[in-house]
Design a protein. Sequence first.
Length: 384
Amino acid sequence: MNTVQPQDIAERYISALEDFAEFGQETRLIQAYDLARDALQEGISLAEISGIHHVALQELFDASANPMERLERLEQFFLEVIAVYDMALRGYKSNVQSLQAENLKRRGTEARLRELSDELKRQRDSLDIQVRGRTAELAEKASDLARANLQLQHANREQAEFTYAISHDLKSPVNTIGMLINELSLGYGGLFDEEGRELIDLAVQTVGRMGDLIEDVLSYSRTVERGFSVEPVDLNQLFADLRSDLHGDITSHAVQLEAAELPVVSGNALQLRILFHNLLSNAIKFRDPERPLRIRVSGTADPATGSLRISVSDNGIGIPPEYHKQIFALFQRLHTHDTYPGSGLGLALCKRIALNHKGVIDLSSTPGRGSTFSLVVTGGAYDS
């Protein structure tokens, strides 16, 4: 069995200390454990170990180009030797090999933690790059959407201007044709037989429908094109004015028109007037001839959603469920001109006005019992 001499321990200590001071690798501290074990077996005291370390410290510290860093490593090596020596001296039951294995295991765990930390940092950096890329992609899409929306607004405006120009240009010749037919009927009506006079009457009616259609198209295009200004609108006053406007129809058809107390809303007064005029006119037009017509106007607020519902209800002929969406499309009609005259633009115009107010037109109807048309807007009431 080889014996370890104190001089050998001193030389090994100085060599191992110099090695660790130079490179600073923690795996080199294993030599400190061997030195502590051998020094304890040879009976070398802590004081003697301190002396060996003091001699080496003077030599190694003076030769350092970076004295502070080297001093920290020298102190770390010395503390490792003293700690192992002290544990063994106090009767630590594990031998130096188990201490080394435990220390290596601990350092392996620390290395694994460092690897996991580095991996986490790489994943975080990768995620950050992905987030920045996704953010840039969303910003580009938002910019494209904004451009597309602007182009759509321009297209809608151009379409409205074109429709208005065409309709306006058609209005004059239609009026001229109507005037000529009237002149023909008045001046030469006596020259026609009964069939001829019927044809003249049909021509007058057709020209009249054409004129109404052109007026409705112009009204629709003006609504699409016109800038949208918002102001407080007193619905009580608005429906009072509509009652006056429709006085002739209300009186001639014995309409019972009731209006509850209504709020002041935020909106465009002219467009709201057109919308409710259409709803009231439709209620009168599509009345049930078998019973008196009753129309009720009401307003309800929903505090939970902040929405306001203005409803026009009647007990007219009603609308079959399969037509509830169709009637809001342009030029859609459920009846012939002879039965119920009109252009098929009224409800399309109402829908457009509702959209201008960031709202919707809601319909509830039962054939033979009546209909309820409601304008539903959010945050539109100034005063309930």
